[in-house]
Design a binder for this molecule. Structure first.
Ligand code: G3H
Ligand code: 13P
Ligand code: NA
Ligand code: ZN
Length: 328
């Protein structure tokens, strides 16, 4: 059986570690995460976005994940909805077997405009009420993810808003975070600290000016017992950029969130770290390499197998680095 995010994050807080939450879309992603968890004895959060649900279908997703739990009965697994855009999306996830949902009320349901604080409180509290009655955990989000170098706040499609946001607008306010958690009752809170989704997070190795671990420290002072979540936390390692570009992929040089920075955030209350881009790069880079090296091959298993193996390696590294390893 699947377990809730709350159970996993409470255990992480008691033992001061974090769980990577990997976005999954198909069989190979799920195999990669589960093989890494099995090899490192780690508990697992598998998360599906609205895009993943549309791609795979809820029935396939649910059964793939139940398959994972059956194949690895000793590994605790949570199925989490990533970035629910409105209460109805969270409710349909609950109906379809998710044991945890994110209500992201930081944007309006159109995904294009920043929501008012009151709207965010209202929709999140509504989801908490319904989810908790069903024994399901809830993650909320307060603040606008975005780039502190350019002032671009992030819309749901990953593109920036027109016009610049200030540093204040791009960092979660600690007093507001305290108010938000007490009004909504969320199990976990995603915060804005200068990270953004996708490969292009920073144009240089980030320092405190553009990646604010200090904001996490301030929030943790106000909310020492709340589980914090980092979004946009792929590290976008140079080796994965090189693998992708060596075999014809087009990507300008970029920087992600260094693993060492995430490690600093764990003693400050970060318990869930969202990772999608790194697995996308591992999968696509490996497939590109195989297409280039064996142009006569057309058996998908022969390139999906090494692609899954490289995703497994990335997952193992994160389980070790976040001290999830050994906690299953
Ligand atoms: O929040 C963004 C995640 O990386 C999921 O991306 O919506 O393209 O599946 P997606
Ligand atoms: P990345 O794009 O950095 O992998 O972030 C994923 C994420 O935050 C999903 O919610
Ligand atoms: Na946001
Ligand atoms: Zn996210």
């Amino acid at each position: 059986a699947l377990i809730t995010m709350r159970q996993l994050l409470d255990h992480a807080a008691e033992n001061d570690y974090a769980l990577p939450a990997f976005n999954v879309n198909n069989l190979e992603y799920i195999q990669a995460v589960m093989r890494a968890a099995d090899a490192t004895d780690s508990p697992v959060i598998l998360q599906a976005s609205r895009g993943a649900r549309a791609y795979a279908g809820d029935a396939f997703l649910r059964h793939l994940i139940l398959g994972a739990a059956e194949e690895y009965p000793h590994i605790p697994v949570c199925l989490h909805l990533d970035h629910g855009d409105q209460p109805s999306t969270c409710i349909s996830a609950i109906t379809n077997g998710f044991t945890s949902v994110m209500m992201d009320g930081s944007l309006l349901a159109d995904g294009k405009s920043i929501a008012s604080y009151e709207y965010n409180v209202d929709v999140t509290a509504e989801v908490v009420k319904i989810a908790h009655a069903a024994g399901v955990s809830v993650e909320g989000e307060l603040g606008c993810l975005g780039n502190l170098e350019t002032g671009a706040g992030e819309k749901e499609d990953g593109h920036g808003f027109e016009g610049k946001l200030t540093r204040e607008e791009l960092l979660t306010d600690p007093d507001q975070a305290l108010d938000f958690v007490s009004k909504t009752g969320v199990d976990a809170l995603a915060v804005a600290i200068g990270t953004s989704h996708g490969a292009y997070k920073f144009t240089r190795a980030p320092d405190g000016d553009i990646l604010s671990i200090e904001t996490i420290a301030k929030i943790n002072k106000k909310l020492p017992n709340t589980h914090l979540v980092m979004h946009g936390s792929s590290s976008v390692p140079q080796e994965l950029q090189d693998l992708f570009t060596t075999y014809g992929g087009e990507m300008k040089q970029t920087w992600g969130v260094p693993v060492a920075e995430i490690q600093k955030a764990i003693p400050l209350g970060v318990r869930k770290v969202n990772i999608d881009t790194d697995l996308r790069l591992a999968m696509t880079g490996t497939i590109r390499k195989n297409f280039k090296e064996k142009p006569d091959n057309f058996d998908p298993r022969t390139y999906l197998k090494p692609a899954t193996a490289l995703m497994t390696e990335v997952c193992k590294e994160r389980f070790e680095a976040f001290r999830t390893a050994g906690k299953a």
